[in-house]
Every structure is written in structure tokens, then in C-alpha cells.
Design a protein around this ligand. Structure first.
Ligand code: NDP
Ligand code: OXD
Length: 309
């Protein structure tokens, strides 16, 4: 058996090196090198075309090369007997926090605004807001959202989190379920979406919910493009209900050249870069799941396919 990579991401050689370093005896090959499809039992994948795994009848485990698994659980043709596992990595969660903090601090201290002024040689001061002035709302307090909410709380922000279930005790204010969503949104100046994309969360950043945020709020979407109703965001920015949005994920990636987000003055775009999985940091958990698959033992970081995350 081998680890078979089904992905065209640009740094594939680094993933192979990292896995080989973890266990020099393991075979790691790319999908194109497979001679017999029945040979594949463990697949490492990112954004493969739906239906592909019907062609590989022996696959037991598919491991996502990222934290998100919407590309897998939303495939209606994925055989039900296949286990899906994903990346849970403290380095990745910390990278997400550092990106989030950079975006928030840029907003508070208006660095993009002053950079624009510099280009026009404008010397004009503007009152800024402090960390202690700001209420942050984190939608989705799972592995990453909880890390971000906890770190932002430690940094001095007022933080609330919102998730599907009540969960255990956390150092920040915690709400859950549809009935507490309005309360959560009403008290949020900066909304950070860190939900997984499931049928229940698709389109959750819609007009009704974004309108519940206080006037002048800011949206940071790090979850998935499918959470956001693009037209609703543009209308709420144009009517000045929202002050701006930082978007890292999009319904179509790369974002098409003619998409109105590119030229909107109140939208900051980043190319799905809030975090990049570090192959060396995640190689041990991939090897662990590979070995467990070989030995038919229970896997780690398993996704609940019914729940969708
Ligand atoms: P987890 O599965 O650990 O956490 C998901 C959280 O969302 C949980 O708190 C869960 O609630 C909550 N949730 C799920 N469904 C609902 C719902 N219907 N209503 C309210 N809350 C809900 O995921 P991660 O933290 O690891 O990752 C989150 C997402 O971040 C990924 O799925 C991916 O889309 C995105 N991501 C983006 C990256 C980027 O670079 N932009 C990088 C990595 C991830 P509960 O706790 O009650 O189960
Ligand atoms: C991920 C991502 O899910 O990069 O890891 O979005």
C-alpha cells in the first residue's frame, strides 16, 4: 500500500518530502503514477472532482489536506463506506489567529487608509479605536474558532463566540443555536466567520443576519465563500450599514476577474491565505492515520459525514 496524493497544489514535493522524513519506508505517490486503481486504499486529497473516488473501489480512508472537508462531504457520489479524516494542527490554528489579528489591527489603525493617503501625499490624521473598544463575534468556535476567540480575548478584545451546541466552558462569552444568533450579532462590531460549509450554514452571511449587526460593523469571512450571499454584502456596504469586509474565501476560487468584489472600495481581498497547511507540521498525523488504516484501527480527526464537519 502507499499514500496516494490526489491534488494539484503547487508544493506537492514538500508534502512528499515531509512524509518521507516522517517515515522513510513509506511509499508516497501521485495519482498519475497509479497503474492499478484497486491499489489505492489511503488517499490524501484537496479539491478533487466530484465522483472521482468511484473509480477507486478499494479506498478506505480519504484525508483532507486542509482543515475544511466541504470538498469531500458535499460530494454526493462519494461511497458511504469511506472514512473522511482531516487536519487538526495547532500551527495552522495559530496561523489563522495571526492573520485575523493582522486584519483587525489594520482596521482599527486604518493602515490601508493611510497607505492610500501616502500615494496621494495627503497628511491627515484620523481618530483611531482601541482594542478595548471593540466587540468581536466569532461564528464557529471549533478547533480554529475557539483558538482565535481565546487569543483575541487574551489580547483584550470583548469576545463572543457562537456555535451549534453549548460545548464546554471557555474564557469568552459563548452563545449557541439559532435562537441566540440575533443576540450574538447585535453585540458584534467585527464578525469573523469560521464555520464549516454545510447545508445548515450555506448562505448564513445573508442580508437578514448582516443587517442585525450594528451600523458600521466589519465582516471577516475566513470560512468558505458559500457562507456569504455576495449581492447582499454589496448592498449593505453601498447603503453604509456595513463599513467594510475582509474576504479570504469565495464561491469561485480564484475569484473571477469580472467579479464586483475586486473593485469595491470597502472590500479587502486575500487569496485564501489566512493559513496554509505546513506539510512538516501535519505529516505525523497523516502517517498516524495511514498506519491505522493499514492495521484497521480507529482513525484520528474523523469527520462526522452526517453532520457535515
Ligand atoms: P471545526 O469542525 O473544528 O469547528 C466547526 C465549528 O462550527 C464548531 O464550533 C461547530 O459547532 C460550528 N458549527 C457547525 N455547524 C454550525 C451551525 N449550523 N450553526 C452554528 N455553528 C455551527 O472546524 P475548524 O475550526 O477546524 O475549521 C472551520 C472552518 O474554517 C473550516 O471548515 C474551513 O472552512 C475554514 N478554514 C479556512 C481556512 C482559510 O485559510 N481561510 C483555513 C482553515 C480552515 P459545535 O462546536 O457546536 O459543533
Ligand atoms: C482549509 C483551508 O480548510 O485552507 O484548511 O481552507
Amino acid at each position: 500500500m502507499a499514500i496516494v496524493i490526489f491534488s494539484d497544489i503547487e508544493n506537492i514535493d514538500q508534502w512528499i518530502d515531509a512524509l518521507k522524513k516522517e517515515d522513510p519506508s513509506v511509499d508516497v505517490i501521485h495519482r498519475e503514477e497509479i497503474k492499478d486503481n484497486t491499489f489505492v486504499e489511503f488517499a490524501l486529497t484537496w479539491n478533487y472532482p466530484h465522483g472521482l473516488f468511484r473509480e477507486y473501489p478499494s479506498v478506505k480512508t480519504i484525508m483532507s489536506m486542509g482543515a475544511g472537508v466541504d470538498h469531500l462531504v458535499n460530494d454526493p457520489l462519494l461511497p458511504e463506506n469511506i472514512n473522511i479524516v482531516r487536519i487538526i494542527d495547532p500551527t495552522l490554528s495559530q496561523d489563522m489567529f495571526e492573520f485575523t489579528l493582522a486584519v483587525i489591527m489594520n482596521r482599527l489603525r486604518m493602515l490601508t487608509h493611510f497607505h492610500e493617503n501616502q500615494r496621494q501625499k495627503i497628511w491627515k490624521r484620523k481618530r483611531y479605536r482601541r482594542i478595548s473598544d471593540i466587540s468581536i463575534g466569532v461564528m464557529g468556535t471549533g478547533v480554529i474558532g475557539n483558538h482565535i476567540a481565546t487569543q483575541l480575548h487574551k489580547t483584550g478584545f470583548r469576545v463572543s463566540g457562537w456555535s451549534r451546541t453549548r460545548g464546554g466552558s471557555v474564557p469568552y462569552n459563548k452563545l449557541h443555536g439559532p435562537f441566540q444568533l440575533d443576540d450574538f450579532l447585535r453585540n458584534t462590531d467585527i464578525l469573523i466567520c469560521l464555520l464549516p460549509l454545510t447545508p445548515a450554514t450555506e448562505g448564513i452571511l445573508n442580508r437578514k443576519n448582516l443587517e442585525t449587526l450594528p451600523h458600521g460593523s466589519w465582516l471577516i469571512n475566513l470560512g468558505r465563500g458559500g457562507h456569504l450571499v455576495d449581492g447582499d454584502l454589496i448592498e449593505l456596504l453601498d447603503s453604509n450599514h456595513l463599513a467594510g469586509a475582509s474576504l479570504d474565501v469565495f464561491r469561485e476560487e480564484p475569484l473571477p476577474a469580472d467579479h464586483p468584489f475586486w473593485s469595491h472600495p470597502d472590500i479587502n481581498i486575500t487569496p485564501h491565505i489566512a493559513s496554509l497547511p505546513d506539510p512538516w507540521s501535519v505529516a505525523p498525523q497523516i502517517m498516524e492515520n495511514y498506519r491505522r488504516t493499514l492495521d484497521n484501527r480507529p482513525l484520528i480527526n474523523v469527520v462526522d459525514r452526517k453532520r457535515g464537519y
